[in-house]
Design a binder for this molecule. Structure first.
Ligand SMILES: Nc1ncnc2c1ncn2[C@@H]1O[C@H](COP(=O)(O)OP(=O)(O)OP(=O)(O)O)[C@@H](O)[C@H]1O
Length: 555
């Protein structure tokens, strides 16, 4: 339970609603047991009465109706309040998790797949709903009902109290505990949660790679992979289900044995005149009803094991190291756009440096191109400037300030990045552009689009700026998606533009035109552009080549 308890503060925010749920669940459970007990007593009493007149029919039948109504109302209220509280908590957990994940995404272990992360934010959070509704509630309810039954038997049929206590303890505590142990021992619950996540990964992978899979005739391969994941999940759930069914059968057997034991002891007490027949029947039926609560515990425990595994995965995602730490005592970022790298060393693995003691000095407003072979470290250099990763040695300065000492929000307001695979969000053209500057007006949006040479394309779209672009920009060509990313960067007010391959996706003519226009489009801003493209003299103030982790003057 330790992983679930990690989320306790978020659950406690709804403690009022959860307490009301618990109370209503107890009322429903108590009313159910009392209803069956009373009915048993009533029916037996009525049938044993020689003359109907000698038995008061009115009071018990009114009580039966009252209890059944109370049970229905309490059950309804419990579901209503409980689900409301749970949905609120799940919403809070999702928002909290998203907030925690954002600074950690860059530092997630490389093996962690997108689909797995989605799985954590959705299915794993959902699994936590069992933590209260299906676990704590039934367990507490069952404990209280069990204790009440032991007390009632101790008063009315003392011989049977011990038998019931033993049967009930075994059914409510021992069997679920053994089930949890068996599930933990095989790691079944964790494996099942993992398998469900992997199935989502396989599904997303297949959708993303759909065109290639079709083109290569690899559908059998994709289907076999998906089927294999599905089969694995199915097998794990089946064996978990089998274990749960065995435990359920054990509870039924214990309920039967307890009932039988109580019946034998009850008949003996009845023979000795210690208990009346109707009361004994009432007790027997109440015992039967109380074991329903034990079966509910078993069902919740079965789901609780998965909730615990899901909580562990959520905790891992929410508490991992942050990619970049905010400075504890940030310094103010002076105005300006001068950029300097001072003996910067970085490697994704410390023993494999990508940049080695790299120096670069770009005065404010200067435009610099950096060329280099694929894998030379060009994107890495730009990422370091935005503190998407931290150098292992050296310092990067912006407007004279060490970027490690300034607030991330200040840094990101000053430096805009056009990523190599700049995303197109599931939104309109306008929505995608406003990510660059939320308060941009209509004229500024069109200006940015024109400067990125995308204005005419958007004008020809049916709804212009309000055209929906589809997931991942599916309705755009790769070159158009690229230019949309560029327009977003041009729209921002950042004094420094970090452009990663801004002309990829453009033909050579458009590429040269873009590079030629860049000077006026970005006038007054510092530009660091990394590219494979051949540039021409005069396009940039300075040009470098990135070779062996160092910058050499180019041309
Ligand atoms: N997240 C990562 N984990 C480990 N290694 C990485 C990671 N990202 C990049 N690398 C490695 O770092 C090196 C530099 O990568 P980078 O993306 O900066 O190159 P690049 O010059 O931009 O290449 P390209 O022109 O192909 O985009 C490469 O060898 C790459 O394999």
């Amino acid at each position: 339970m330790s992983a679930i308890l990690f989320f306790r503060p978020l659950f406690l925010a709804e403690r009022g609603r959860f307490a009301a749920t618990l109370l209503l669940a107890l009322v429903a459970l108590g009313a159910g047991v009392a209803l069956l007990g009373l009915s048993g007593w009533f029916l037996t009493g009525a049938s044993l009465a020689t003359a109907a007149l000698s038995f008061n029919l009115f009071a018990p039948s009114a009580a039966v109706r009252g209890l059944s109504f109370l049970r229905i109302a309490a059950r309804y209220g419990e579901k209503l309040v409980g689900h409301d509280a749970t949905l609120r908590v799940l919403g809070t957990i999702r928002a909290w998790l998203f907030h925690r994940l954002m600074p950690r995404v860059g530092a997630l272990r490389p093996g962690l797949r997108r689909g797995d992360l989605v799985s954590r934010l959705t299915a794993d959070v959902d699994a936590l709903d069992t933590a209260f509704l299906l676990a704590v509630g039934p367990l507490l309810g069952s404990l209280l009902v069990g204790a009440a039954m032991v007390l009632a038997l101790a008063i009315l049929l003392p011989d049977a109290a011990l038998v019931y206590a033993a049967g009930w303890t075994a059914a409510t505590l021992l069997v679920p505990a053994l089930f949890v142990r068996a599930s933990h021992r095989g790691g079944a619950a964790a494996a099942s949660v993992e398998a469900a996540a992997m199935l989502r990964v396989a599904c997303l992978d297949t959708i993303d790679g759909h065109a290639d899979i079709v083109a290569f005739g690899a559908r059998p391969w994709a289907e076999a992979r998906f089927t294999e994941e599905a089969r694995w999940l199915g097998a794990l759930r089946k064996s978990q289900g089998r274990r749960a069914a065995r435990a359920g059968a054990a509870i039924q057997a214990l309920a039967g044995a307890t009932l039988l034991g109580t019946l034998v002891l009850g008949l003996r007490a009845h023979g000795a005149g210690e208990i009346e027949g109707p009361l004994m029947v009432g007790l027997l039926l109440a015992i039967l009803a109380s074991f329903e609560a034990s079966a509910a515990v078993m069902r919740s425990v079965a789901r609780l094991a998965e909730a615990e595994a899901a909580a562990r995965r959520l905790r891992e995602a929410a508490t991992g190291p942050e990619a970049v730490i905010e400075p504890a005592d940030p310094t103010a970022l002076p105005p300006g756009g001068a950029v300097a790298f001072e003996s910067v060393r970085f490697g994704h693995r410390a023993d494999r440096p990508v940049l080695r003691n790299l120096d670069l000095c770009v005065p404010a407003g200067a435009q610099v191109a950096i060329r280099g072979a694929s894998g030379a470290g060009k994107s890495t250099l730009l990422h370091l400037l935005l503190r998407l990763a931290e150098p292992q040695a050296g310092r990067i300065r912006l407007a004279g300030a060490d970027i490690a000492a300034v607030r991330l929000a200040d840094l990101h307001a000053r430096v805009a990045l056009l990523e190599q695979n700049a995303p197109v969000f599931l939104d309109t053209v306008r929505g995608n552009l406003l990510v660059g500057r939320a308060d941009a007006g209509e004229a500024e949006l069109w200006d940015a689009l024109d400067r990125a040479r995308l204005g005419d394309t958007v004008r020809a779209m049916p709804r212009g700026l309000d055209t929906e672009l589809g997931e991942g920009g599916r309705t755009l060509s790769a070159g158009q998606a690229r230019r949309l990313g560029l327009a977003r960067v041009l729209l921002s007010r950042a004094a420094v533009l970090a452009l990663d391959e801004p002309t990829s996706g453009l033909d050579r003519e458009a590429e040269l035109a873009f590079l030629r226009d860049l000077r006026s489009a970005c006038a007054g801003r510092t530009v660091l552009l990394v590219t494979h493209a051949e540039t021409e003299p005069g396009f940039f103030d300075r040009q470098y080549r990135l070779v062996d982790g160092r910058l050499l003057p180019d041309q």
